[in-house]
Design a protein around this ligand. Structure first.
Ligand code: KMH
Ligand code: ZN
Length: 276
């Protein structure tokens, strides 16, 4: 594992799980997403992890919408644009692979199957390999999503068998606290650190009430952080998140206190090997 003097803050503003009717301030339209991206860049985000919605605010992997989204976020911000290939638990593999045709700078690559609340988030080995290879061919930099400790051993196997990703650098995200995945506590975080491949950088995000413990743990361990309404809609006990920028601003402040200030998108490009 490799640690860094500054902190890469990724914002995951929307996700596929929250309904707009339950969370009215969730950014779901392109205009809302672009405004969110701008606000979050202003307060310290360097990368955005994007899930899009359709006209009914339902999760979508429509290719033209994805292309339009990549173009619009690039036009309005300097953020690294990462598209989710995880989508929603109901998305078929061919739709998830097709996300790469939108040619983002980066894309997520989930490293294994898990129970996901009441559902199953299916990530077969052959599918993971196909995502990895297509990203290699297209020069799209992956962020490997790690929901459980075994996903780190799968990542080592992937790199051993199929080589380094586009950009030549390995970056992963520990997504902790999903019901069915690894718990978002410091003991599990420490166990995960031991399994991170040599030279890789990592970010971490704690879902729900594990948000703050994992934010502090990642900053203290020299890691990077992901925050956003995909992962939590609660700012404090009994207090809903106002908007994504509020979460990014809090992470930026804590990163400064930790003397690991947020890095700019261009420095994040160098860190991750993003050349697009
Ligand atoms: N929505 C989850 C089922 C990713 O973006 O790559 C999967 C997910 C992971 O959010
Ligand atoms: Zn996601």
């Amino acid at each position: 594992m490799s640690t860094s003097p500054g902190t890469l803050i990724t914002v995951a503003p929307t996700g596929a799980e929250h309904a707009k009717s339950d969370v009215p301030n969730l950014p779901v339209t392109l205009d809302e997403l672009v405004a969110t991206a701008r606000d979050c860049e202003r307060v310290g985000a360097a990368m955005i992890h994007i899930h899009i919605r359709d006209d009914d605010a339902k999760p979508s992997l429509d290719l033209q919408r994805l292309k339009d989204t990549v173009a619009a976020v690039r036009e309005s911000t300097n953020l690294i644009v990462q598209l989710s290939t995880g989508g929603a638990v109901t998305d078929p593999e061919e739709h998830r692979l097709r996300v790469l045709d939108a040619m983002p700078d980066s894309a997520s690559c989930s490293m294994g199957t898990l129970n996901f609340g009441d559902d199953v988030f299916l990530n077969r080995w052959d599918f993971i390999v196909e995502l990895h290879k297509r990203m290699q061919d297209r020069g799209i930099v992956p962020e490997y999503e790690i929901f459980d400790l075994g996903h780190l051993t799968a990542l080592r196997r992937l790199l051993d068998q199929h080589g380094l990703p586009a950009g030549g650098h390995v970056h992963l995200d520990l997504v902790m606290g999903v019901p069915g995945g690894m718990p978002g506590d410091t003991e599990t975080f420490a166990a995960a650190l031991r399994l991170i491949p040599e030279g890789a950088t990592f970010s971490a995000t704690g879902v729900g009430r594990s948000t703050l413990p994992i934010l502090f743990a990642a900053l203290s361990a020299g890691g990077h952080v992901r925050v956003g309404m995909e992962d939590t809609i609660s700012y404090a006990r009994g207090e809903r998140v106002k908007d994504n920028a509020q979460l990014v601003a809090r992470a930026s402040g804590l990163a400064r206190i930790a003397q690991r200030p947020p890095i700019k998108p261009d420095d994040a490009r160098v860190l991750l090997g993003v050349t697009s």
